[in-house]
Design a binder for this molecule. Structure first.
Ligand code: ARG
Length: 465
């Protein structure tokens, strides 16, 4: 019989037990549930609500249960309903009536929320470490490829030449924002709901600030009703996860393309590819594709919880029990994806000889020629038009802008000559894009230095916490 059975004539239907139970998934928060209970009973003793002896018996009982869960001796079943009652019931079975005092001045409604916040806090810190590890690999690769030129695309069309290091630093910014978003999320969720009780607080003279302090929160949550009905912090985390998964998925998409026979720009290590059961020649970029696929799953986790919450009246409703599986799934998926992507990136080589062939195509230097002409007094709009006509002439002859001769240039416009065009070689174009945030190797090195400084400080801070 459940701990709440006083007013019931009979036990739950077997189907209901299984349907109602959350212990199958919320038992992963058992450490946090015990930490929360220890803080709670410590507060109860400080406020004279239980005696020091009662506190000590309860704390010892909980620590004993912790060890037995860790060792696998305690196994939960649907009879336990959820992790909160599973642990409380064992405490009472182990230490007797004094165990029945633990649930004074709290409810499962606030208890499940303090567990979730503690659990998520720990996981956010772990995920931030994974993000920082990825950033470290990106920086190292960007340093190694700071000078290597590749094709920059817009609309999947050749646009302008860039360096590989520059491209990497673009991704660096994306994952930096992801890490910063997580830091924001941590800060906003840093309030302790324990002691809010069912929805309206308690008649006992509790000290919620003390509980918050014991559990390492900045302060208690302000309003009891909000404390038990708020899932914003989970939604915020899930949207952070969805955005970051989108970043991973985009890069994974690029990996799959660049790994294709048509591109051949990079070679993913054998250890990160799989073969085909029928086509012997195949080496498929399955990890990149799985990363793309798992992005959809995390979007689903976010949409799932948003939908659970949208029609929920105040305060706690059982619908909210549906908050955890999607949250856990997003945590596991995001963490695993970061880990595998980081390792795959580390083990990928860029095939610069293949890239070099493509640099000769698609008039990558066209914008630079126009800018160069504009620098010599031809208004940019006019220069743009002149280069467009050069490109047309090149297309007819099957050559590049740098191959046009004096006669061809003069036929387009008398102001044009090879001397006026200047050095329009691809390396010269890249080196000249020195504007703040541009792709010139010198400028990329500046971005690298800023990125390195941020990573060092952030890593330092994450170890201090
Ligand atoms: N297991 C529930 C959950 O995860 C917590 C219990 C609160 N349930 C209740 N009937 N008051 O949300």
């Amino acid at each position: 019989m459940a701990l709440w059975n006083g007013r019931f004539e009979k036990d739950m239907d077997e189907l209901v037990k299984a349907f109602n139970a959350s212990v199958g998934f919320d038992q992963r928060m058992f450490e946090e549930d015990i930490d929360g209970s220890i803080a709670h009973v410590t507060m109860l003793a400080k406020c004279g609500i239980v005696t020091p002896d009662e506190r000590d018996a309860i704390v010892a009982g909980l620590e004993n249960i912790r060890q037995r869960i860790r060792s696998g001796e305690i196994q939960f079943t649907v009879e336990d309903e959820d992790i909160h009652m599973g642990i409380e019931a064992r405490l009472i079975a182990d230490i007797g009536d004094v165990g029945k005092k633990l649930h004074t001045a709290r409810s499962r409604n606030d208890q499940c929320q303090v567990d979730a916040r503690l659990y998520l806090r720990r996981e956010i810190r772990a995920i931030r470490q994974e993000l920082l590890a990825l950033e470290e690999v990106i920086l190292r690769k960007a340093e190694a490829y700071a000078e290597e030129i590749t094709v920059g695309y817009t609309h999947i069309q050749h646009a302008q030449p860039i360096t590989v290091g520059f491209l990497f630093m673009a991704y660096f910014q994306m994952f930096r924002r992801d890490a910063e978003r997580l830091a924001d999320c941590l800060e906003r969720m840093d309030y302790c709901p324990l002691g809010a009780c069912a929805l309206a607080g308690t008649t006992f003279p509790t000290d919620r600030a003390y509980t918050a302090e014991l559990l390492g929160f900045a302060a208690p949550t302000e309003n009891a009703m909000d404390s038990v009905s708020d899932r914003d912090y989970m939604l915020e985390f899930l949207s952070d996860a969805a955005i970051s998964m989108m970043h991973l998925s985009r890069w994974a998409e690029e990996f799959a393309w660049w790994n294709s026979t048509e591109f051949g720009f990079l070679a993913i290590d054998d250890g990160f590819c799989t073969g085909s059961s029928i086509m012997p020649q195949k080496k498929n970029p399955d990890m990149a594709e799985l990363l793309r696929g798992k992005c959809g799953r995390v979007y689903g986790d976010l949409m799932g919880l948003l939908t659970v919450m949208k029609g929920a009246p105040m305060a706690y409703n059982k619908d909210f029990q549906e908050d955890k599986e999607g949250l856990f799934d997003a945590i596991d998926t995001w963490k695993a994806c970061l880990r595998i992507f980081t390792k795959m990136l580390e083990n990928t080589t860029f095939r610069t000889e293949r890239i070099a062939e493509q640099l000769q195509r698609g008039f990558l230097n066209a914008t630079d020629v126009a800018e160069h002409l504009a620098g010599q007094g031809i208004p940019f709009r006019e220069a743009h038009n002149l280069v467009g006509r050069m490109v047309k002439a090149c297309e007819a002859r099957g050559c590049g802008i740098e191959d046009l001769n004096e006669v061809e240039l003069a036929a387009i416009d008398p102001r044009l000559s090879r001397a006026v065009l200047g050095d329009v070689s691809i390396p010269a174009c890249v080196a000249a894009r020195r504007s703040f945030g541009g792709t010139a190797p010198d400028e990329v090195r500046r971005q690298l230095a800023v990125g390195r400084a941020w990573l060092d400080v952030t890593e330092q801070e994450s170890h201090e916490k």
